[in-house]
Design a protein around this ligand. Structure first.
Ligand code: HEM
Length: 564
């Protein structure tokens, strides 16, 4: 036995006798606590990596859904990368618009392997009375649910290919479905309105909405026109030297200029710098993405991580500078506030007047400005790129669209009101958005158990609303679904397909805020292009649509322009 130890502290004297048995007990109980923690952590990890996925798989299969078997941790991610690599190695037949198998090879394989569920799937007596967390899983033998699933790591991802179900998912406002949790890399872009949920989203959307109203877009027409004229002047010089134009690259820089001008008006040059930096950031994100799931990778001081952070800081500094200047010019009522930033700040001030506090902090305004580039630049440039590719493949439609432009505007500058008379051009743009949607689909995550169609989805399950599949599905568009036929939109979007299966801009309350912006911009520049040039695909063009976040031409889009 150890002798008792006397401890003195100030005037208080107390006896702190610690026996060997006490110390042993302390050590044992401490060790037990650590062991318990380790066991609890191991159980959690096992649940995350094995048991929960298995439970979810059982629940899906019990409900008649078909899909791949869960493979611990990686799920179908490796197959996904391999199949995408194989698909990228083979171009498509020239002039074919049946792009779905090349663009989403894993989805194609899942459908080919597991296909639609048959009436027999619902006849299993052991499943017919299944209950999932108080939801009755009522099976409707022979229904036409085509949901399949595969594995994004330990999370199952259901492919939603029914337009009504997609709309149901997008209409959800009661918290059962939310945005899928993103990696730290995606958060460099998907912030602001696109990333928010609930009240914060509603408040930001309310403040941003007025900036995208039609009459505000009308005020932006001179900015659209200035960028479009710069572009066609540049192309004239290239055409004169017989040079081919990679319209994919050219239009990307064009739409970046449009956002710079329309968002930042007189601070256009600084805005351009933001666009270049964000472009570099997008490339860094694409090369870092394969490592993003490694726990703690974001904290490693790799070259990419460091550069991503320094770009983020630089972009923030530039935007804060622009916003500060704008605040000053707004105070002195100098300058034009008809650009997106001015309109957004104006609307924020209005919110302050009505509610006694600003709806957005300066930091949040910075995030929204960054989002304009991410959400509005590449998507619109891809719409234009695929339109030029499609009009090169279908010369008859190129000529019809040109004749319409000449009929409405002659060789004069397009006007805002004139743009709304361009019926053929609208049909062409819709058909391109159908066959080549820049956003091929949207992902959401189940937060609380929910029944969609006949399927009950547990929390954690991912839902991919596969627009590209719905856009190419003969059940909705007819046997000629893979053909370029703009005339299908002659009676408007709602009459073009069964079940209104057209989602290029999403749907519901989170539908793209910039859709009119994109369409006005696209129509205006197409008018100028068609007025000045005829065009065809270069013999070096290879038809190879593929997707990295958005749907791009893998080898660019070299086009031959001829001055008219
Ligand atoms: C052809 C061009 C475009 C396409 C195909 C497109 C597509 C989409 C889609 C599918 C969504 C829905 C995302 C979701 O629900 O998760 C969306 C949202 C959004 N888009 Fe676009 N977009 C385009 C152009 C633009 C432009 C030009 C801007 C801005 C200048 C813009 C800004 C936004 C924003 C801020 C959101 C988030 C809306 C919200 O969550 O409330 N987009 N876009």
């Amino acid at each position: 036995m150890n002798p008792p130890v006397k401890c003195e502290e100030g005037s208080a004297v107390f006896d702190s006798t610690v026996s060997f048995a006490d110390m042993a007990w302390l050590a044992v109980s401490g060790g037990l606590a650590v062991l318990l923690l380790v066991v609890a952590w191991a159980v959690r990890m096992l649940d995350w990596a094995l048991w929960r996925p298995r439970r979810m798989e059982q629940s899906f299969r019990a409900q008649g859904l078909k899909g791949s078997t869960y493979r611990p941790l990686s799920g179908d991610l490796k197959d996904m990368a391999r199949l995408a690599e194989e698909a990228r190695a083979k171009p498509m037949p020239a002039f074919s618009h049946a792009i779905f198998p090349r663009v989403m090879p894993l989805f194609q394989r899942v459908i080919e392997t597991y296909g639609e569920r048959s009436a027999d799937d619902f006849a299993l007596p052991c499943f017919s009375s299944l209950k999932v967390e108080n939801f009755d899983v009522g099976f409707d033998a022979g229904n036409d649910n085509k949901v399949t699933f595969h594995w994004m790591g330990p999370l199952p991802r259901a492919l939603i290919v029914d337009p009504d179900q997609a709309r149901e998912v997008l209409a959800n406002k009661t918290g059962e479905i939310g945005k899928a949790r993103a990696t730290y890399l995606v958060r460099y872009f998907i912030r602001g309105l696109l990333g928010y949920e609930g009240d914060k989203w509603a408040q930001h959307r309310k403040i941003l909405n007025p900036a995208f109203h039609m009459e505000k877009l009308k005020g932006m027409l001179p900015a659209f026109a200035a960028c479009s004229e710069d572009l066609v002047d540049q192309w004239e010089k290239m055409a004169a030297t017989g040079k081919e134009v990679d319209v994919c690259v050219e239009l990307q820089s064009f739409t970046g200029d449009v956002i710079s001008r329309t968002a930042f008006g007189s601070n256009f040059e600084e805005g351009r710098k933001v666009f270049r930096l964000q472009d570099e950031q997008a490339l860094l994100v694409a090369t870092t993405l394969p490592y993003a799931h490694i726990p703690g990778y974001r904290f490693l001081p790799t070259r990419n991580n460091n550069r991503l952070e320094s770009i983020d800081k630089e972009v923030r500094q530039i935007l804060l500078g622009i916003i500060k200047k704008r605040e000053e010019s707004m105070k002195s009522s100098k300058g034009n506030n008809d650009d997106l930033l001015g309109l957004l700040m104006e609307s924020n001030l209005q919110h302050l007047r009505e509610h006694g506090k600003a709806g957005m902090t300066t930091e949040e305004v910075v995030e929204e400005c960054k989002l304009f580039y991410f959400a509005g630049q590449e998507t619109t440039s891809l719409l234009l790129t695929w339109t030029m590719v499609a009009l090169s493949m279908h010369q008859d439609w190129q000529e019809r669209t040109r004749q319409e432009v000449l009929q409405v505007f002659g060789k004069e500058k397009p006007t805002f009101d004139g743009l709304s008379q361009l019926k053929t051009m609208t049909m062409v743009l819709y058909e391109v958005l159908r066959l080549y949607p820049p956003a091929i689909g949207i992902q959401r995550q189940v937060l609380k158990t929910i029944k969609i169609g006949n399927v009950v989805y547990p929390p954690g399950a991912l839902l991919f609303l596969s627009f590209i599949q719905m856009h190419h599905d003969p059940d909705f568009w007819g046997k000629d679904a893979d053909e370029f036929k703009p005339e299908r939109f002659a009676q408007g979007v709602s009459k073009a397909s069964a079940k209104n299966a057209f989602f290029p801009f999403g749907a519901g309350h989170r539908i793209c805020i910039g859709q009119n912006f994109a369409l006005v911009e696209a129509k205006l520049v197409l008018c100028l292009i068609l007025q000045r040039f005829s065009f065809e695909l270069s013999p070096s063009y290879t038809h190879a649509p593929h997707t990295i976040l958005t749907l791009k031409p893998q080898h660019g889009a070299p086009i031959r322009l001829r001055r008219l």
